[in-house]
Design a binder for this molecule. Structure first.
Ligand SMILES: C[S@@+](CC[C@H](N)C(=O)[O-])C[C@H]1O[C@@H](n2cnc3c(N)ncnc32)[C@H](O)[C@@H]1O
Length: 328
């Protein structure tokens, strides 16, 4: 992205009414995109809100939230979690950021809408399956490195959100014990609900443990994982948090274990050629994008103690970074 365009966009976003307008436009664009490709955004969110047909029938208000959600939230919330200030900001055009029901109920449809256009329209991976294809492309990179050595038995998914990345890991490594960590208990409540209602992979041997914690300080035991994965999390982090999480991943891994990050590729042509107004919309919803784009992952991984990471492009605009903790 060129520096002049970038500073112009940042200047525009400092003007509050313009920033609000950009957020509003970004959300509108996303819902429209979803519905044109067959992701029925409003209906899906309404069904999730109601959680069961009985509630939907009893409630005349389509925006009513089944009170079971609040019970699930209370059960999952770890009261000792302190939210870092960078996390309590607005993300993805939601004023409440990741800490609310609306973002939690819409994560899934939003992911499918956003990822529908990763591949060109004439590519079979484009469209409604784009999100799944993105995860497949990541897991192909994981498998090509990991299965040659040892299939991971214990996996931690940092920034698990509503579970899309966690369920995908379970499908790829069905015999692993998997823990999903996230700072948003709202997202974890949706993940748990989805897990209870989805068809488990046949070979899955255990249910997923959902942990409300920060990825920089998970509270999980040292050396308790063979694979730590952070899928689409790092573009949401300021530099200091990214460094802390890479150090925490190192602590969590057994010697020889791997840390994998899959996220946007700052070097991809998509971002370099992005028209300034689209960039404005993107940045208005992703407050730490500049910091993420500027971060030298190679350096941060090696400073944390990992062997030099390998970096592989797994989609036209995503990359996978994999670092191994040295053997003893
Ligand atoms: C874009 S979502 C990605 C979710 C998921 N991994 C996926 O692949 O769809 C990023 C997630 O990271 C979580 N997150 C961001 N910063 C975090 C932190 N410091 N600790 C734990 N979770 C964090 C957010 O709450 C959100 O659920």
């Amino acid at each position: 992205m060129n520096a002049v365009a970038s500073s112009m966009v940042n200047g525009l976003l400092k003007v509050k009414p313009l920033a609000s307008f950009a957020k509003h436009q970004a959300r509108k664009m996303m819902i429209e995109r979803a519905e044109t490709i067959g992701v029925y955004w409003r209906d899906e969110v309404k069904a999730l809100r109601a959680r069961d047909t009985e509630f939907a029938e009893l409630s005349s208000d389509p925006a009513a939230l089944n009170p079971i959600w609040e019970q699930a939230l209370a059960a999952l919330t770890n009261p000792s979690v302190v939210y870092p200030s960078y996390y309590k900001t607005s993300f993805h055009a939601y004023e409440e950021g990741n800490l609310g029901w609306l973002p939690a109920l819409e994560v899934d449809v939003a992911a499918r809408a956003v990822h529908a256009r990763i591949w060109p329209q004439d590519d079979a991976r484009s469209g409604i399956e784009g999100d799944q294809q993105l995860r497949n492309s990541y897991h192909q990179v994981l498998k090509s490195t990991l299965t040659a050595e040892k299939v991971p038995e214990r996996i931690i998914d940092l920034g698990a959100s509503t579970g899309r990345s966690t369920f995908a890991l379970q499908e790829t490594f069905p015999s692993a014990q998997i823990t999903g960590v996230d700072l948003s208990p709202y997202f974890l409540a949706v993940a748990q609900h989805t897990e209870q209602h989805r068809v488990q992979p046949l070979a899955a041997t255990s249910s997923i443990a959902w942990v409300h914690a920060s990825a920089e300080s998970t509270g999980l035991p040292a050396e308790s994982a063979d694979l730590v994965s952070a899928c689409l999390v790092f573009h949401e982090l300021p530099v200091a948090a990214a460094q802390d999480i890479i150090r925490e991943a190192y602590r969590l891994l057994s010697p020889g274990g791997h840390f994998a990050i899959m996220d946007m590729n700052p070097k991809s042509e998509t971002f370099a050629k992005m028209p300034p107004y689209i960039l404005t919309l993107l940045k208005s919803t992703e407050p730490y994008l500049d910091q993420y784009f500027a971060l030298d992952m190679n350096e941060v991984f090696t400073q944390a103690g990992f062997l030099a990471p390998c970096i592989v492009c797994n989609s036209p605009r995503h990359r996978t970074i994999m670092g191994q903790k040295p053997m003893l």
